[in-house]
Design a protein around this ligand. Sequence first.
Ligand SMILES: NCc1[nH]cc(CCC(=O)O)c1CC(=O)O
Length: 300
Amino acid sequence: MIIKVGSRGSNLAMTQTKWVMAEIKKHHPEVDCSLHIIKTTGDRIQDVSLDKLGEKGVFVKEIEEALLDGRIDLAVHSMKDMPGQTTPGLRFSAVPKREDPRDGLVLNFGRKSLEELPLGARVATGSKRRGAQLLIHRPDLQLEPIRGNVETRIRKMKEQGFDALVLAMAGLNRLGLAGDLEHVVLPLDVHLVIPSPAQGILGLQIRDEDYKLHEVLMCLEEKTARIQMEAERAFLVGTNGGCHIPMGAYCHLEGDRIRLEGVFGDVKGTYLNRMEMEGTAKDAKMVGLALAKQIKGGTA
Ligand SMILES: NCc1[nH]cc(CCC(=O)O)c1CC(=O)O
């Protein structure tokens, strides 16, 4: 069996894809993988802010087309980049163990702590979710738009003299940049800045009817990550959210109980509601949908 694996060309995407390929080899030495790089609209258009690029998966369209017409069999995505609505004919297979779900603040100018960030410091993030939540804790911060892959953003932070930059810990860890002594990275607690649904989780997308491949990929399955993903993505679907609004969700797990924290606001930033809901792990999706309904209809 040969699996044709598709990936975006960025360093992060390639690192993630190669990790999946290595895991498959470890559990199934008889299976071979070939790597196929696919350029997406999101990779090509670098000068427009993401929330203006249109609703749906600018990083995924071309990859899904390659899956559907058989040029590839497996696509490795960051699950947080995937729209709530899944594409007909395709599904997500095993859910691998989660990387660090938190956002991280990359500090410039050799600063080492949050306290050293001066009043009115310029913090780079194009994310409505990250921006709105940071301002709750530090209303003085000046948010600066930024685009590009992880390495590009770090370079732009330095070139443009921003005081800090917000990135997902997952990406920094996978690229081996979180421990880089040149810039201290401060992880932001999930309660302070609620992450994007499924941040740090990989999406292994295959064709619906590819049962054999699904069976092979189940060697990567991790139950905790799946429950978190189900709850958080149900919240994404229920709020009809995306990166055009400040929205995030994180699922805490204790035994067979879950506690889902959600945040939801409007485009203009006139309100930002935070709510949480508890339930059992087997009802993860229902909890996500119920919290979404409550946070959209209710007042905080
Ligand atoms: N939107 C880009 C993107 N998609 C996934 C990650 C990081 C890896 C992950 O969250 O799984 C990143 C970079 C970032 O947000 O810093």
